[in-house]
Design a protein around this ligand. Structure first.
Ligand code: PGA
Length: 248
């Protein structure tokens, strides 16, 4: 039985005051009676504050990207060990905004997954097809390519990994894949992981992301292979985020 997981992706939003207010509210209202695991991925600069504010709660903090390098002359980068030292547990890798706006490619993303794992973080590896891929019927081949890069590496620990399927056309647009469409892609992803390792595939959590809101969460999370959500816009609103966590 996989424990559902809901992770908020704040993207480049917030301030010190916003971080403190939202996390105080979440900490008050999300306790160990909630059956899903809950995470928030804040901008780097708020991670320390976030880990301090959530130290006595079930909420775990993460980052939104990480360097593939350990240390050295990489101006502007943040290493996995630095994130770990601040108390982070998760890190998103390969979010579509990183892939499209910052040209992050599969080969580098696999290195980021490895860097995160070796520092003791759990990477959340994101995949998804663009609107053009979707309309031309290429969803499954795009996903096979993105997950394939990860599965080709024998060094990736499939037992310390979360996957997220986020159709790019659904992110921040108010559009979502139907529960049935999303389930088909999630089942496909799990089948590919199974070909590599059946046991890991059964325990692996695959999140859905892309305009998940309180009014569509239940129908998505009710699907067999959807183990929770990666939540952008709605994670900035305490009521909406808590409702989504409760539905998971
Ligand atoms: P959204 O973003 O929920 O605002 O669509 C999801 C994401 O980008 O992870």
């Amino acid at each position: 039985m996989r424990q559902p997981l809901v992770i908020g992706n704040w993207k480049m939003n917030g301030s010190l005051a916003f971080t403190s207010e939202l996390l105080h509210t979440l900490e008050d209202r999300i306790d160990d009676k909630i059956s899903c695991e809950v995470g928030v991925c804040t901008p780097f600069v708020y991670i320390k504050l976030a880990t301090e504010l959530t130290a006595n709660s079930v909420i775990k903090v993460g980052a939104q990207t990480v360097s593939e390098f350990k240390a050295g002359a990489y101006t502007g980068e943040v290493s996995a060990l630095m994130l770990k030292e601040l108390g982070a547990d998760w890190v998103l890798v390969g979010h579509s905004e990183r892939r499209t706006l910052f040209n992050e490619v599969n080969a580098a993303l696999v290195q980021k997954v490895l860097a995160a794992q070796s520092a003791g973080l759990t990477p959340v590896y994101c995949m998804g097809e663009t609107e053009a891929d979707y309309k031309s019927g290429h969803t499954f081949s795009v996903i096979a390519d993105q997950i394939g890069a990860l599965l080709d590496s024998d060094d990736v620990d499939l037992n310390n990994l979360v996957l997220a399927y986020e159709p790019v056309w659904a992110i921040g647009t108010g559009l979502t894949a139907t529960p049935d469409e999303a389930q088909k892609v999630h089942a496909f992803i799990r089948t590919l992981v199974k070909e590599k390792n059946i046991k890991s595939a059964e325990g692996l959590r695959i999140l859905y992301g892309g305009s998940v809101k309180p009014d569509n969460a239940l129908s998505l999370f009710g699907q067999d292979d959807i183990d929770g959500g990666l939540i952008g816009g709605a994670s900035l609103d305490a009521d909406a985020f808590i409702s989504i966590c409760q539905q998971a």
